[in-house]
Design a protein around this ligand. Structure first.
Ligand code: RM4
Ligand code: MN
Ligand code: MN
Length: 393
C-alpha cells in the first residue's frame, strides 16, 4: 500500500480510551496518588476529551458502571459531547460487590445471578441513554479450589445468564465477551480463553462477539493467531489494548512488545483488505484498557495511542502481494523478511503528516508535557487521597 493509501487508512483509525485509566490506580500493595489525577467521572471525561484534543483520534471514552454512575445519564452524554467526544462501551461491574464472592452470572445462588443479570440489563439501558452501541462483559467468575464448584454446572449457568442478557439487547447493540485466563480466581475461570468466549457467543447469537484483551493470555500465547481465527469466524468484536510482561499488568500499549502489537495490527490490516473478513475487521472496536501505577495518566494514555498508530502504520506497509507470493513459493525466510521490512520502516515522517492532517502536534505526548496541562490539573485538582475501591484496583 502506498503512503497516501496508508494515510487514508490511518485517518480512519479511532481508539477509545477508558475512563478508569484516568484515576489513581495501583496494586494490592499500594496506590501512589498522582497530582491532578481525575477524581470524578466528570474529570475522567474531561481527561478523555483532552486526549482526543491532543491526538485527534480518540473520539470516545468507555465507562464502567457503577464506578462512573451518575444520576442523569443524558447529562453525562451531553457533557461528553460538549467537549467533543462521545460515550463508548459500557462496562458492567460484576466483581465489586460482596455478594459476588462465588461469582456473578455463574454464581451457584440463583438470587445472586438474578441481581448480576439485572445490573447487566441496567447497563444495556445506560448504553441506550448515552448513545453507545457496545456493552462489554468481563467476569471475575471462577473458583479457587478443585471441588469448590461443578465446572459444567458453572458453564451452564453462565450460558443461561448470557442468553437472558442477550435477549435484552436492542437491535444494533453488540455484546462483547471478554476472557482472561486467571485472576481473581486462581483454579478455574469461567471465561478463561477465546475459545470459551467464542462458544458462549455462538450459543447466544450474532450480536455477541469476543473481546481480546491483549494482557489476558498466558506467557507465550500467539495472540495474533487468535485474532486471525476470530476474524475468520466473524467473531472478533473488539480489543482491550495494553501490554504485559507477566500477568494482567495493564502496562502502556506496545511498551514491552511492540513487535507483537505490529503482528496483531497486521492481522487487522490484512483482514480489512480481504472481502471475506472486511466487514468484521471494519467493525472491530479498538479500546485501551490500561491502568497506571507509577506514571502519569494522560501522557501514558497518549503514548499508548501513538504506539497503536505506529504499529498500524507499519502493518499497512506490509507488501501483502509479495508476501502471498513468498508464501506460495514456500520461501520461509523471504516471507518473514517481508514482515520485518515493514516493521523496521521508520514511520515517524508518515505519522507526522497524519497528525498535520488531523490538526494536532507531531508529538502529542510532548504537546501535553510542554503545554502546562499537568501543572494546571495538579493546581486545580490537587493530589487526591485514595478514597474508593475503584482507586484500589
Ligand atoms: C479486568 C478486565 C476488564 C476491566 C477490569 C477493570 O481485568 O480487563 O476489562 O474492566 O479488569
Ligand atoms: Mn480488559
Ligand atoms: Mn484486565
Amino acid at each position: 500500500m502506498g503512503n497516501e493509501a496508508v494515510l487514508t487508512q490511518l485517518r480512519r483509525l479511532e481508539i477509545e480510551t477508558p475512563s478508569w485509566g484516568y484515576g489513581n490506580s495501583g496494586t494490592r500493595f499500594h496506590v501512589f496518588p498522582w497530582p491532578g489525577a481525575a477524581r470524578t467521572v466528570w474529570e475522567r471525561i474531561a481527561d478523555a476529551a483532552l486526549v482526543h484534543e491532543l491526538t485527534g483520534c480518540c473520539p470516545s471514552v468507555a465507562i464502567h458502571v457503577p464506578w462512573d454512575r451518575v444520576d442523569d445519564w443524558g447529562e453525562l452524554r451531553r457533557q461528553a459531547e460538549a467537549q467533543g467526544i462521545r460515550i463508548g462501551a459500557v462496562n458492567p461491574n460484576l466483581f465489586g460487590e460482596d455478594e459476588y464472592r462465588l461469582g456473578s452470572l455463574s454464581n451457584p445462588d440463583a438470587a445472586v445471578r438474578r441481581r448480576a443479570l439485572d445490573h447487566c440489563r441496567e447497563c444495556v439501558e445506560v448504553a441506550e441513554q448515552v448513545g453507545s452501541s457496545i456493552v462489554s462483559l468481563w467476569l471475575a467468575d471462577g473458583t479457587n479450589y478443585p471441588g469448590q464448584d461443578d465446572l459444567r454446572g458453572r458453564f451452564r449457568r453462565l450460558v443461561d445468564s448470557v442468553e437472558e442478557l442477550y435477549a435484552a439487547l436492542p437491535e444494533g447493540m453488540r455484546l462483547l465477551v471478554e476472557y482472561k485466563f486467571f485472576e481473581p480466581a486462581f483454579y478455574s475461570t469461567d471465561l478463561p480463553d477465546w475459545g470459551t468466549a467464542a462458544l458462549v457467543c455462538r450459543r447466544v447469537g450474532p450480536q455477541a462477539q469476543v473481546l481480546v484483551d491483549t494482557g489476558h493470555h498466558p506467557q507465550g500465547t500467539n495472540v495474533e493467531q487468535i485474532v486471525a481465527l476470530l476474524l475468520e469466524e466473524g467473531l472478533l468484536g473488539g480489543f482491550h489494548f495494553n501490554n504485559r510482561k507477566y500477568a494482567d499488568d495493564d502496562l502502556i500499549v506496545g511498551s514491552i512488545d511492540p513487535f507483537e502489537l505490529f503482528r496483531i495490527m497486521r492481522e487487522i490490516a490484512a483482514a480489512r483488505r480481504d472481502p471475506a473478513t472486511a466487514a468484521t475487521a471494519g467493525a472491530v472496536a479498538f479500546m485501551i484498557d490500561q491502568s497506571h501505577n507509577v506514571e502519569g495518566k494522560i501522557d501514558a494514555m497518549i503514548q499508548s495511542v501513538m504506539n497503536i498508530q505506529t504499529a498500524y502504520a507499519k502493518a499497512l506497509l506490509v507488501d501483502e502481494k509479495r508476501l502471498a507470493e513468498a508464501q506460495l513459493a514456500g520461501d520461509v525466510l523471504g516471507g518473514h523478511r517481508i514482515l520485518l521490512e515493514a516493521f523496521e520502516t521508520d514511520v515517524r515522517p508518515l505519522l507526522g503528516r497524519l497528525r498535520q492532517q488531523l490538526g494536532v502536534a507531531e508529538d502529542p505526548v510532548a504537546a501535553f508535557r510542554d503545554g502546562g496541562y499537568g501543572a494546571d490539573l495538579a493546581r486545580e485538582r490537587g493530589t487526591a487521597s485514595v478514597e474508593s475501591a475503584y482507586e484500589q484496583l
